[in-house]
Each structure stands twice: as structure tokens, then as C-alpha cells.
Write a protein that binds this ligand. Structure first.
Ligand code: G1P
Length: 297
């Protein structure tokens, strides 16, 4: 494969889940549209794509997810209204969201699992490598995890996923990897070859405490692997199980990426993400920090 063929231009964002962990907030609105401080969750992920050099975003949606399409579409009435009030900064902000990147949408008709959601994007991805970003995880910062694993793929040509260490008692919340050292590369010990992956093992069964973060760069061969993947954990077609086949047949790397992830997938994680991102806000972060200090906890 030439280096040109390894260029990662597309990203798949699975957004078809029912968001049951956030009921009742998600009864009539998509989980991906819940705001963390001042932006919906999915916008953080789209901004990570933009900062990573991705050109095309493919969002896998389902019933009741129209608000996502509207959010990334142009909104002429709102823009005209803001313009008439002289709110030029807000006009620019609203416009920049729809101009960010090229968006395509496809629907997962039944909630058959994350692996199935990725497979739904097959036609739109075509025969080229692509990134997958899970919207529950926010990784702000100047050098996104997606960019870091894209660099590995573009140099080595083998699928690569971002991983991080989690406390042993939390392995049942993540895909967990079993590794062996990779050949020597500029990433040193941070780059590992994956021998096996297990979806949400109990701590006693976990092969390590290196967890799959929710950022993947994969070759198109993953689609054939997913076609052959039977339902696994929770009766769903798991991406983790498809990745195990890919690791056996084509090889797969894990990169301990540099950066900080916030898991907004459940209520407590979402709250922590909100507090930490609010603390970094240039407009009111300091005031918010002072407020938190004043709370009699
Ligand atoms: C998914 C994946 C899991 C991964 C996790 C990261 O699980 O199946 O392998 O570690 O995302 O957040 P979910 O959190 O959707 O249950």
C-alpha cells in the first residue's frame, strides 16, 4: 500500500444509540445533543475531527436524531435574525458550525450494536481507511487522540486504536486489550501490538488494565471482519469482536495516546466532564473555580 492510499480522510461517528443511561433527558432529544457547558457533545467530537485533518464526517443516526442533522446544517433564519440585531460574532459562530466539514448521514435501522453501526457506514466509507470516534468520550486539546493514531496508520499502514490505563475495578466498562511489544518505532513503548481484545471483562478476567478509549483508525478490511462477527456481549455485534478478527488477520496496534479523556457516557462522568471543561473556560473558568471553592462540601 502506498502512503497516499493510507491517508485518512473520513470519520464515522456512531450516533444511533437510544441514550437510556440519560433518561428522562434523552426521551425526546438525542444524547449527542446534550450540552457540555456551551456545546453539544457531538460538536466536541466533530471539532476533534477538524483538528485532526479529517475532511468528511459520516454520522450513523437512527429514529429521533434529526436535531443532529439540523445542528450541522445552515440556519438562514437564525443567521438573518442575528445579523439584524448586529450580533456579528454569533452569526460567525453559527455559520462556522455548518461550514466545518462535509457531513453525510446514514441510518442504523435497528440497535444491533456498535459493530453493526460501523458496518452501516460501509457504502459511504468505500475502500479506504477511516477513523471512528465515539461521542461519549471528549478529548479536548491541541493534539487530538485521533490525529495521533492517524499518524501511526499513515506511517505504518496497520489499524491503530487509542488506549489508556483504567483502574482495575473499572475494566467491566471498557474494551480491554492484551498486548505484546511492537517493533521499534518512534512511538517507543507507547505503541503496542494487540494480541486479543475482550469487551467489558470482569476485573478478574481482564487481560490488562489498558482500555479502549473510543478512537479508532481502521482499514476497510474491518467491514469483512464485522460481517463475520456474531452477536457478543449484550447480544450485540460488538466492534471489539470485529477488531479481534482484524488483529488476527491483518494486525492491529494500540497507542497509549497523550492527552486527557472525559467519559461523558453516564451521568457522573458527564457531570465531571462539565465541571472540568467549565474550569478551563476562558470567559468564566476562574469565577467558576472560586464558586466551587466557596461551596461548603
Ligand atoms: C464502547 C466500546 C468499548 C469502549 C468504550 C469507550 O462501549 O464498546 O470497547 O471501551 O465504548 O468508551 P460503551 O461505552 O459504548 O458501552
Amino acid at each position: 500500500m502506498t502512503k497516499k492510499n493510507r491517508r485518512v480522510r473520513k470519520a464515522v461517528l456512531p450516533a444511533a444509540g437510544l441514550g437510556t443511561r440519560f433518561l428522562p433527558a434523552t426521551k425526546a432529544q438525542p444524547k449527542e445533543m446534550l450540552p457540555v457547558v456551551d456545546k453539544p457533545l457531538i460538536q466536541y467530537v466533530v471539532e476533534e475531527c477538524l483538528a485532526s485533518g479529517i475532511e468528511n464526517i459520516i454520522i450513523v443516526t437512527g429514529r429521533g436524531k434529526n436535531a443532529i442533522e439540523d445542528h450541522f446544517d445552515s440556519s438562514p433564519e437564525l443567521e438573518r435574525f442575528l445579523e439584524s440585531k448586529g450580533k456579528t460574532e454569533q452569526v460567525e459562530m453559527v455559520r462556522s458550525i455548518s461550514n466545518m466539514l462535509n457531513f453525510s448521514y446514514t441510518r442504523q435501522k435497528e440497535p444491533l450494536g456498535l459493530g453493526h453501526a460501523v458496518l452501516t457506514a460501509r457504502e459511504l466509507v468505500g475502500d479506504e481507511p477511516f477513523a471512528v470516534l465515539l461521542g461519549d468520550v471528549i478529548i479536548p486539546g491541541p493534539c487530538p487522540a485521533t490525529r495521533q493514531i492517524m499518524e501511526v496508520y499513515e506511517e505504518i499502514g496497520i489499524g491503530t486504536i487509542a488506549v489508556e490505563t483504567v483502574p482495575t475495578e473499572r475494566t467491566n466498562l471498557y474494551g480491554i486489550i492484551d498486548t505484546q511489544p511492537a517493533d521499534q518505532t518512534r512511538w517507543g513503548k507507547r505503541l503496542l501490538r494487540i494480541r486479543n481484545l475482550v469487551e467489558k471483562p470482569k476485573p478478574a478476567d481482564a487481560p490488562s488494565n489498558l482500555a479502549v478509549t473510543g478512537r479508532y483508525v481502521l482499514p476497510p478490511e474491518i467491514f469483512d471482519c464485522l460481517e463475520r462477527t456474531p452477536p457478543g456481549s449484550g447480544g450485540e455485534i460488538q466492534l471489539t469482536d470485529g477488531l479481534r478478527l482484524l488483529a488476527q488477520e491483518q494486525g492491529l496496534y494500540a497507542l497509549e495516546y497523550e492527552g486527557q479523556s472525559y467519559d461523558a457516557g453516564d451521568k457522573l462522568g458527564f457531570l465531571k466532564a462539565t465541571v472540568e471543561i467549565a474550569l478551563q473556560n476562558s470567559e468564566f473558568g476562574e469565577e467558576f473555580r472560586a464558586y466551587l471553592r466557596e461551596l461548603k462540601l
